[in-house]
Design a protein around this ligand. Structure first.
Ligand code: AKG
Ligand code: FE2
Length: 219
Protein backbone atom coordinates (compact mmCIF):
# COMPACT_ATOMS: atom_id res chain seq x y z
CA UNK A 1 0.00 0.00 0.00
CA UNK A 2 1.31 3.40 -0.89
CA UNK A 3 1.87 5.89 1.88
CA UNK A 4 1.97 8.82 -0.50
CA UNK A 5 -0.59 11.50 0.28
CA UNK A 6 -3.40 11.23 -2.25
CA UNK A 7 -4.00 14.94 -2.72
CA UNK A 8 -0.65 16.44 -1.85
CA UNK A 9 -0.26 18.11 -5.21
CA UNK A 10 -3.64 19.74 -4.91
CA UNK A 11 -3.60 22.87 -2.88
CA UNK A 12 -6.26 25.44 -3.66
CA UNK A 13 -6.50 26.46 -7.30
CA UNK A 14 -4.98 29.87 -8.01
CA UNK A 15 -8.42 31.38 -8.56
CA UNK A 16 -9.59 30.16 -5.15
CA UNK A 17 -6.48 31.51 -3.43
CA UNK A 18 -7.02 34.82 -5.22
CA UNK A 19 -10.61 35.17 -4.07
CA UNK A 20 -9.79 34.14 -0.49
CA UNK A 21 -6.92 36.65 -0.34
CA UNK A 22 -9.08 39.41 -1.81
CA UNK A 23 -11.86 38.71 0.68
CA UNK A 24 -9.47 38.74 3.65
CA UNK A 25 -8.33 42.22 2.64
CA UNK A 26 -11.97 43.32 2.64
CA UNK A 27 -14.45 42.44 4.14
CA UNK A 28 -12.07 40.23 6.16
CA UNK A 29 -14.05 37.01 5.98
CA UNK A 30 -15.16 34.59 3.29
CA UNK A 31 -17.18 31.41 2.88
CA UNK A 32 -16.14 28.95 0.16
CA UNK A 33 -18.33 26.03 -0.91
CA UNK A 34 -16.80 22.74 -2.11
CA UNK A 35 -13.46 24.11 -0.96
CA UNK A 36 -11.54 20.82 -1.01
CA UNK A 37 -11.43 18.01 -3.58
CA UNK A 38 -14.59 15.95 -2.96
CA UNK A 39 -12.61 12.76 -2.26
CA UNK A 40 -10.61 14.51 0.47
CA UNK A 41 -13.76 15.94 2.06
CA UNK A 42 -15.27 12.46 2.10
CA UNK A 43 -12.09 10.91 3.53
CA UNK A 44 -12.04 13.46 6.37
CA UNK A 45 -15.69 12.80 7.11
CA UNK A 46 -15.15 9.03 7.28
CA UNK A 47 -12.04 9.45 9.43
CA UNK A 48 -13.67 11.88 11.87
CA UNK A 49 -16.73 9.64 12.26
CA UNK A 50 -14.44 6.68 12.95
CA UNK A 51 -12.79 8.36 15.96
CA UNK A 52 -13.88 6.81 19.21
CA UNK A 53 -15.32 9.03 21.93
CA UNK A 54 -12.10 8.50 23.89
CA UNK A 55 -10.12 10.28 21.19
CA UNK A 56 -12.20 13.44 21.53
CA UNK A 57 -11.92 15.47 24.67
CA UNK A 58 -13.83 18.40 26.08
CA UNK A 59 -12.39 21.61 24.71
CA UNK A 60 -11.01 24.24 27.05
CA UNK A 61 -10.66 27.99 26.84
CA UNK A 62 -7.80 30.30 27.65
CA UNK A 63 -4.15 29.89 26.87
CA UNK A 64 -1.78 27.13 27.77
CA UNK A 65 -1.03 28.15 31.33
CA UNK A 66 -4.62 29.14 31.93
CA UNK A 67 -6.42 26.27 30.29
CA UNK A 68 -9.74 25.26 31.71
CA UNK A 69 -12.86 23.51 30.61
CA UNK A 70 -15.75 25.92 30.89
CA UNK A 71 -19.02 24.46 29.70
CA UNK A 72 -20.66 27.85 29.92
CA UNK A 73 -18.51 29.23 27.09
CA UNK A 74 -18.06 26.22 24.86
CA UNK A 75 -19.11 22.61 25.05
CA UNK A 76 -17.63 20.97 21.97
CA UNK A 77 -15.19 18.04 22.01
CA UNK A 78 -11.97 18.19 20.05
CA UNK A 79 -9.07 16.14 18.70
CA UNK A 80 -5.98 17.87 17.29
CA UNK A 81 -4.93 16.80 13.79
CA UNK A 82 -1.38 15.52 13.61
CA UNK A 83 -1.30 14.05 10.12
CA UNK A 84 -1.01 10.43 11.26
CA UNK A 85 -3.77 9.42 8.86
CA UNK A 86 -3.88 9.92 5.06
CA UNK A 87 -6.93 12.19 5.29
CA UNK A 88 -5.58 14.47 8.01
CA UNK A 89 -2.16 14.58 6.39
CA UNK A 90 -3.73 15.63 3.10
CA UNK A 91 -5.82 18.28 4.84
CA UNK A 92 -2.72 19.69 6.55
CA UNK A 93 -0.92 19.63 3.18
CA UNK A 94 -3.79 21.44 1.49
CA UNK A 95 -3.88 24.11 4.18
CA UNK A 96 -0.09 24.43 3.93
CA UNK A 97 -0.50 25.25 0.24
CA UNK A 98 -3.15 27.82 1.17
CA UNK A 99 -0.78 29.28 3.78
CA UNK A 100 1.94 29.74 1.16
CA UNK A 101 -0.55 31.17 -1.33
CA UNK A 102 -1.84 33.72 1.20
CA UNK A 103 1.68 34.73 2.15
CA UNK A 104 2.58 35.28 -1.49
CA UNK A 105 -0.48 37.47 -2.03
CA UNK A 106 -0.79 39.31 1.27
CA UNK A 107 2.66 39.23 2.92
CA UNK A 108 1.00 38.11 6.12
CA UNK A 109 4.05 36.20 7.31
CA UNK A 110 1.89 33.24 8.30
CA UNK A 111 4.27 30.82 9.96
CA UNK A 112 2.26 27.69 10.60
CA UNK A 113 -1.18 26.19 10.77
CA UNK A 114 -2.82 23.97 13.30
CA UNK A 115 -6.28 22.61 13.62
CA UNK A 116 -8.55 20.25 15.46
CA UNK A 117 -11.64 18.25 14.76
CA UNK A 118 -14.58 19.60 16.73
CA UNK A 119 -17.74 17.67 17.46
CA UNK A 120 -20.69 19.54 18.87
CA UNK A 121 -23.13 17.04 20.37
CA UNK A 122 -26.81 17.82 20.68
CA UNK A 123 -27.33 20.86 22.92
CA UNK A 124 -23.75 22.16 22.72
CA UNK A 125 -22.57 25.58 21.50
CA UNK A 126 -19.70 28.05 21.53
CA UNK A 127 -20.61 31.46 22.96
CA UNK A 128 -19.54 34.68 21.29
CA UNK A 129 -15.76 35.05 21.38
CA UNK A 130 -12.69 36.28 19.53
CA UNK A 131 -10.12 33.71 18.44
CA UNK A 132 -7.35 36.22 19.11
CA UNK A 133 -6.80 39.40 21.08
CA UNK A 134 -4.64 42.10 19.64
CA UNK A 135 -1.05 41.73 20.81
CA UNK A 136 -1.82 38.69 22.91
CA UNK A 137 -2.10 35.94 20.36
CA UNK A 138 -0.31 34.41 17.40
CA UNK A 139 -3.51 33.65 15.54
CA UNK A 140 -4.00 35.71 12.39
CA UNK A 141 -6.47 33.84 10.18
CA UNK A 142 -9.13 31.45 11.51
CA UNK A 143 -10.56 28.65 9.39
CA UNK A 144 -13.49 26.32 9.85
CA UNK A 145 -14.25 23.43 7.51
CA UNK A 146 -17.65 21.78 7.84
CA UNK A 147 -18.49 18.09 7.52
CA UNK A 148 -22.27 17.93 7.89
CA UNK A 149 -24.19 16.33 5.04
CA UNK A 150 -27.70 17.73 4.55
CA UNK A 151 -27.66 20.25 7.39
CA UNK A 152 -31.10 21.84 7.71
CA UNK A 153 -32.05 25.19 9.31
CA UNK A 154 -33.89 23.27 12.05
CA UNK A 155 -30.58 21.60 13.03
CA UNK A 156 -29.29 24.90 14.54
CA UNK A 157 -25.52 25.25 14.86
CA UNK A 158 -25.10 28.23 12.57
CA UNK A 159 -21.88 30.21 12.85
CA UNK A 160 -22.77 33.86 13.47
CA UNK A 161 -20.10 36.40 12.55
CA UNK A 162 -20.28 39.91 14.03
CA UNK A 163 -18.33 43.11 13.56
CA UNK A 164 -16.47 44.79 16.40
CA UNK A 165 -19.64 46.75 17.23
CA UNK A 166 -21.55 43.48 17.61
CA UNK A 167 -23.61 43.97 14.47
CA UNK A 168 -24.44 40.64 12.87
CA UNK A 169 -22.61 40.33 9.54
CA UNK A 170 -23.19 36.75 8.45
CA UNK A 171 -25.02 33.55 9.34
CA UNK A 172 -23.13 30.52 8.06
CA UNK A 173 -24.86 27.16 7.78
CA UNK A 174 -22.23 24.47 8.58
CA UNK A 175 -22.83 22.72 5.28
CA UNK A 176 -20.72 19.78 4.07
CA UNK A 177 -17.62 20.95 2.19
CA UNK A 178 -17.95 24.63 3.13
CA UNK A 179 -14.91 26.48 4.46
CA UNK A 180 -15.03 29.78 6.30
CA UNK A 181 -11.96 31.94 6.80
CA UNK A 182 -11.73 35.21 8.73
CA UNK A 183 -9.23 37.50 10.40
CA UNK A 184 -8.92 36.18 13.94
CA UNK A 185 -8.64 39.56 15.70
CA UNK A 186 -11.44 41.28 13.84
CA UNK A 187 -14.62 39.25 14.23
CA UNK A 188 -16.47 38.11 17.32
CA UNK A 189 -18.38 34.96 16.41
CA UNK A 190 -20.43 32.22 18.00
CA UNK A 191 -21.83 28.78 17.28
CA UNK A 192 -25.54 28.52 18.07
CA UNK A 193 -26.72 25.46 20.01
CA UNK A 194 -26.93 22.40 17.80
CA UNK A 195 -29.87 20.03 17.61
CA UNK A 196 -27.91 17.15 16.12
CA UNK A 197 -24.19 16.30 16.10
CA UNK A 198 -22.16 18.88 14.17
CA UNK A 199 -18.72 18.09 12.74
CA UNK A 200 -16.02 20.57 11.73
CA UNK A 201 -12.30 21.24 11.60
CA UNK A 202 -11.33 24.52 13.27
CA UNK A 203 -7.85 25.84 12.54
CA UNK A 204 -5.57 28.85 12.74
CA UNK A 205 -2.81 30.27 10.62
CA UNK A 206 -0.35 31.80 13.04
CA UNK A 207 2.60 34.12 13.04
CA UNK A 208 5.77 33.17 14.83
CA UNK A 209 5.63 35.63 17.70
CA UNK A 210 6.35 34.57 21.18
CA UNK A 211 4.51 37.01 23.40
CA UNK A 212 5.26 36.76 27.10
CA UNK A 213 5.91 33.06 26.56
CA UNK A 214 2.25 32.58 25.80
CA UNK A 215 1.51 29.87 23.29
CA UNK A 216 -1.86 29.35 21.74
CA UNK A 217 -4.19 27.78 20.89
CA UNK A 218 -4.57 25.85 24.16
CA UNK A 219 -3.94 22.12 24.17
O1 AKG B 1 -17.40 25.77 14.23
C1 AKG B 1 -17.53 26.97 13.99
O2 AKG B 1 -18.36 27.39 13.17
C2 AKG B 1 -16.68 27.98 14.72
C3 AKG B 1 -15.80 27.37 15.80
C4 AKG B 1 -15.02 28.41 16.56
O3 AKG B 1 -15.37 29.56 16.61
C5 AKG B 1 -13.75 28.03 17.23
O4 AKG B 1 -13.44 26.83 17.35
O5 AKG B 1 -13.03 28.95 17.68
FE1 FE2 C 1 -13.76 30.79 17.23
Amino acid sequence: MSSLPQFAAAGPAAAMSDSIATALVGPGYVSVDAALPAALTDALFVHFKSLADAELRRAGIGQLRDHRVNGFVRSDSIAWLNGDHAATRDYLDWMEQLRLALNRRLFLGLFDFECHYARYSEGTFYRKHYDAFRGRSNRVVSSVFYLNPAWAPADGGELLIYDAADQLLERVVPQYGRMVLFLSERFPHEVLPVHKPRYSIAGWFRINNSINNRIDPPR
